[in-house]
Design a protein around this ligand. Structure first.
Ligand SMILES: Cc1cc2nc3c(=O)[nH]c(=O)nc-3n(C[C@H](O)[C@H](O)[C@H](O)COP(=O)(O)OP(=O)(O)OC[C@H]3O[C@@H](n4cnc5c(N)ncnc54)[C@H](O)[C@@H]3O)c2cc1C
Length: 419
C-alpha cells in the first residue's frame, strides 16, 4: 500500500529529482482466497463503491475484480459531463448528492480530478421545450439546486458563435446549471483506485469473472480467470456487461446494451466556456482543457456488446453539430470511440439487492452514469454494508418495473434506446 500523499511539497520534491521517485498509484494485487465483499467491475462505480466501503463503512477486506485494466470501460470513454439538473423526485436528491461529492472529491481522495464547474447549458428551441425547462428549473430550485433560465440574448452574449441568424430551429434560450461542468474521467478512476488501495482494498486487473457461485440460493463467491474467490457478498458494477454477468446467476435484467460514441477534434483556442446541448437534435459539446472539442449525440440504435459504433450515428451527430454551430465544420476530427451503455427500460439506474441472497446490483446507468459515480459508489457501499438502501437511492429498486413505479425522466416509455 502506498502512503504517499500528493501535495505541492511532493510535486516540488519530485521536480528536483527529475520525477524519478513517484510510486505506482495502486498495487498490482493478486487474488486472495476469500473476501468479505467482492465487487465485479473496476469502472468508476466499482472503484468508488470499494473506496466508500473502506472509508465510510470500515469494510476493508474488499476486492475489485476487473476483466481488463482500470479505465478500459466507460469510465475512460465518457465525455466527462457532470450535472444535477433532474426533474423527478426519485432522481433529484441522488444526483445532487453526487454533485456535492464531486465538489469535495479532490480533497477527499487527495487526487487532482480537474473538477471544472464551468456550467451546463441546455438550449431550447420552441415554446413547449421552454415550458418543460421552466418546470425542470423550478423543480431543481425547490430542491435547493441552482438553475437559471437564459433568454436568447443572454445565450447569444455567452455563446455568440452559435447559429442565431438562419437556423432551422432558432435558439429561444436555455436552462443553465452553473455548478454543472466537467471532471477528467480517467483521473476519477485512478483517484478512486489509489484511494481505495491506500485503505487496503485489492484492485485486481486482468481478472474476468466467469461464473457466480451459488449454494442453497446464496452467493458464496465467484469463478474467475484467475481461479475461484470466496466472498460473503458480491456486488455487480459491470455497466454495459451487466446483463451478461447477471445471467451467470440466472438473472434476466430489464436492461439492453447499446453503443454510445464520442468525438474529439484537434486542439483549438478556448472559445466554449460551458457544456452546451442542442435541443433540436442529438448533439452536445464542450471544450477540453487541451482545447479539443469533445462532442457526442445519440446511441447507436441496435443492441451490441462491441465497444465500437457505426456510421449512421456519426452522420447524425455531425449534422446536429453543423446545425447548431456551423464553424465546427472547419475543425479536424482527431479521435472517435464507442462505449457500452446499460440502457434500462425507464432510463434510470438500479442499486438494489437481487433475488439471489447476498448478490447486489448496480446497473442501468444508460449514458448518464459518469456524473453519478460518487453517489453511486456511496449508495452501493451503503447497501452492501447495511443491507438497506441509502436514503437518496430508495427509488432505484429492481422490482419497480413490476410495480409500475418507473422513473421515466424523459417520458419516453419502455424504450431503452430512446432514453
Ligand atoms: C461515449 C460516452 C459518453 C458518455 N458521456 C457521459 C457524460 O458526459 N456524463 C455522464 O454522466 N455519463 C456519460 N457516459 C456514461 C458513463 O460513462 C457510464 O454510465 C458509466 O461510466 C458506467 O459506470 P462505470 O464507470 O462503472 O462503467 P465501466 O467503466 O464500463 O465499468 C464496468 C467495468 O466492468 C468490467 N467488467 C465487465 N464484465 C466483467 C467481468 N465479467 N469480470 C470483471 N469485470 C468485468 C468492464 O471491463 C468495465 O471496466 C458516457 C458513456 C460513453 C460511452
Amino acid at each position: 500500500m502506498s502512503s504517499e500523499r500528493y501535495s505541492l511539497f511532493s510535486l516540488l520534491r519530485e521536480s528536483l529529482r527529475g520525477h524519478t521517485g513517484w510510486k505506482p498509484a495502486w498495487r498490482k494485487a493478486s487474488p486472495q482466497a476469500a473476501y468479505d465483499i467482492v465487487i465485479v467491475g473496476g469502472g468508476g462505480h466499482g472503484l468508488a463503491t470499494a473506496y466508500y466501503l473502506a472509508q465510510r463503512y470500515g469494510i476493508r477486506r474488499v476486492a475489485v475484480l476487473e476483466k481488463g485494466w482500470i479505465g478500459n470501460g466507460n469510465i475512460g470513454r465518457n465525455t466527462t459531463i457532470v450535472r444535477s439538473n433532474y426533474l423527478l423526485p426519485g432522481n433529484t436528491p441522488f444526483y445532487e448528492c453526487s454533485m456535492k461529492l464531486w465538489e469535495g472529491l479532490e480533497q477527499d481522495i487527495n487526487y487532482n480530478a480537474m473538477v471544472s464547474q464551468r456550467g451546463v447549458l441546455n438550449l431550447f428551441h420552441n415554446d413547449a421545450q421552454r415550458n418543460a425547462y421552466i418546470r425542470r428549473g423550478n423543480a431543481m430550485r425547490l430542491h435547493d439546486i441552482d438553475a437559471e433560465l437564459l433568454d436568447a440574448s443572454a445565450v447569444r452574449a455567452k455563446l455568440p458563435f452559435l447559429n442565431f441568424d438562419d437556423a432551422r430551429f432558432p435558439i429561444q434560450g436555455g436552462l443553465l446549471q452553473r455548478r454543472g461542468g466537467t471532471v477528467r474521467h480517467d483521473a476519477v478512476a485512478w483517484g478512486y483506485a489509489r484511494a481505495a488501495d491506500k485503505l487496503g482494498v485489492d484492485i485486481i486487473e486482468n481478472c474476468e469473472v466467469t461464473g457466480i457461485t451459488i449454494t442453497n440460493g446464496r452467493v458464496t463467491g465467484v469463478e474467475t480467470s484467475r481461479g475461484p474467490i470466496a466472498a460473503s457478498k458480491v456486488g455487480l458494477a459491470c455497466a454495459g456487461n451487466s446483463s451478461r454477468v447477471a445471467a451467470m446467476a440466472g438473472l434476466r435484467l430489464p436492461i439492453e446494451s447499446h453503443v454510445l460514441q464520442a468525438f474529439v477534434t484537434e486542439g483549438l483556442k478556448p472559445f466554449i466556456d460551458c457544456v452546451t446541448t442542442f435541443g433540436a437534435g442529438h448533439f452536445y459539446i464542450s471544450q477540453s482543457d487541451k482545447g479539443g472539442l469533445v462532442f457526442g449525440g445519440d446511441i447507436d440504435g441496435y443492441n451490441s456488446y462491441a465497444q465500437r459504433g457505426n456510421m449512421p450515428v456519426v452522420e447524425d451527430v455531425v449534422e446536429g453539430g453543423m446545425a447548431l454551430m456551423p464553424r465546427i465544420g472547419r475543425a479536424r476530427l482527431l479521435r472517435q470511440w464507442g462505449g457500452l451503455m446499460d440502457m434500462s427500460m425507464d432510463g434510470s439506474p438500479i442499486i438494489d439487492r437481487t433475488p439471489v441472497d447476498q448478490l447486489y446490483l448496480n446497473a442501468g446507468w444508460c449514458y448518464g452514469g459518469f456524473k453519478a459515480t460518487p453517489a453511486s459508489g456511496l449508495c452501493f457501499a451503503h447497501l452492501l454494508a447495511r443491507d438497506e438502501p441509502h436514503e437518496v437511492a430508495t427509488a432505484y429498486r429492481l422490482d419497480r418495473f413490476g410495480r409500475g413505479a418507473v422513473i421515466d425522466e424523459k417520458g419516453m416509455g419502455a424504450q431503452p434506446n430512446l432514453h
